[in-house]
Design a protein around this ligand. Sequence first.
Ligand SMILES: Cc1cc2nc3c(=O)[nH]c(=O)nc-3n(C[C@H](O)[C@H](O)[C@H](O)COP(=O)(O)OP(=O)(O)OC[C@H]3O[C@@H](n4cnc5c(N)ncnc54)[C@H](O)[C@@H]3O)c2cc1C
Length: 420
Amino acid sequence: MSNASEHVVIVGAGHAGGALSGFLRQYGFQGRITLVGAETTPPYQRPPLSKAWLKDTTDTEALLLKAPSWYDEGGAALRLGRTVLSVDEAARCVELDGGERIPYDHLVFATGASARRLTIPGADLEGVTYLRDLVDADKIKSRLRNARRLAIVGGGYIGLEVAATARHHGVDVIVLERETRLLSRSASDPIARHLRELHASQGVACAFGVEIAAIEGQAGQVTGIRLADGSIVDCDTVLVGIGAVPNSAIAQPLGIATEGGIPVDSEGRTSAAHVWAIGDVTRRPLAHFPGQYRLESVPSALEQARRVACSIVGRELPAHELPWFWSDQYDAKLQIAGMPAASDTPVLRGDPTQGKFTVFHLSRGTLCAAECVNNPGEFLAAKKAIAAGARAIAERLADPHTKLSDALAGKASEPAAAVQ
Ligand SMILES: Cc1cc2nc3c(=O)[nH]c(=O)nc-3n(C[C@H](O)[C@H](O)[C@H](O)COP(=O)(O)OP(=O)(O)OC[C@H]3O[C@@H](n4cnc5c(N)ncnc54)[C@H](O)[C@@H]3O)c2cc1C
């Protein structure tokens, strides 16, 4: 059946929304596609913002998912710098700022997430920054040119990647982390330890178990961070990297949003008719792990975009993908496949002091994750093995002289445990 008369309206012209418009055309969708985005730049990749963009080794053109001509030539209608304020479900229309109404046959929420804000005194001082979009990245880039000391609140991926680029610019850096180690929610102990040592070797200071009480300033400018114990951390720029919250409020009146995002099924369907959701805003099931997850990663956004495009055009769905993620810091490329949080047995393979190693994770004897540092070969092999539900023998995995394939044994009869 022809879909030429259908109209897909995508709310959010970010990575997921932009990719969805491309997949729809690639899979033969002939109707109208409208991408409404609050930002003024056409859909672009965010990962370089904390890496090459801050280092000044890339340009806007390289960030874009599609050249502007793709939209002009009928790929999708872009409504940039516009925000969808509400959805009239009965009339199947979205309402934009300014009052314009756009009708839809399929509505896709691809609204992403926003950086979690600090609410302590001084949080609004000039020099307190966040990193979610190009405007944020440009502000940080210009501050790094003259900054003396950057204090990073939060030892997660964004904080650590910015720490590495700030060192590239010769800026002093201190990371302030509430937990007792880096990446406490997203990576294993050996990986956190390795990155801690790597950052220390590059001159980055880290303080753990610290609670920040206020940002101190003079004449509207940051001069330091006051900790709960009264001590002051000297700095003139602050980057806050304490996680992100899903932009799901727009879907609340439809009764399909929770605080933890918009729940969807494995095809990206919400519980409302004709309404889909993809990307960082969603809570989604995973084929290889029981439970519901809100993932913030490009591979997850792309997988969902691909599946929704297939469902809309009536094309056979592709196989489920294993969740994976990457992070670049200095010359270390970290690639993570699967869910380390499901692990009951971490197994170190290789020597971290050589800068190349893997931490494999078993859940009841089944391989459930691999965290690879500068080890793309093992990453690819592990990704396949985890997706296939391979069992593994910890002692053999730990021995780098045993071939990886010889450490893996057969397929699990039970899935990995749920992630806590
Ligand atoms: C600095 C940084 C580094 C990252 N590095 C990595 C990495 O190394 N590897 C990795 O896998 N992932 C990384 N990520 C995560 C990855 O970029 C996200 O998972 C991905 O962008 C999610 O795509 P999305 O479309 O769901 O959200 P986004 O790309 O955030 O897009 C959402 C868009 O929706 C718009 N919007 C929201 N509400 C409305 C509304 N009501 N009306 C109109 N528009 C609206 C927003 O303005 C935004 O433009 C990084 C993210 C950041 C910020």
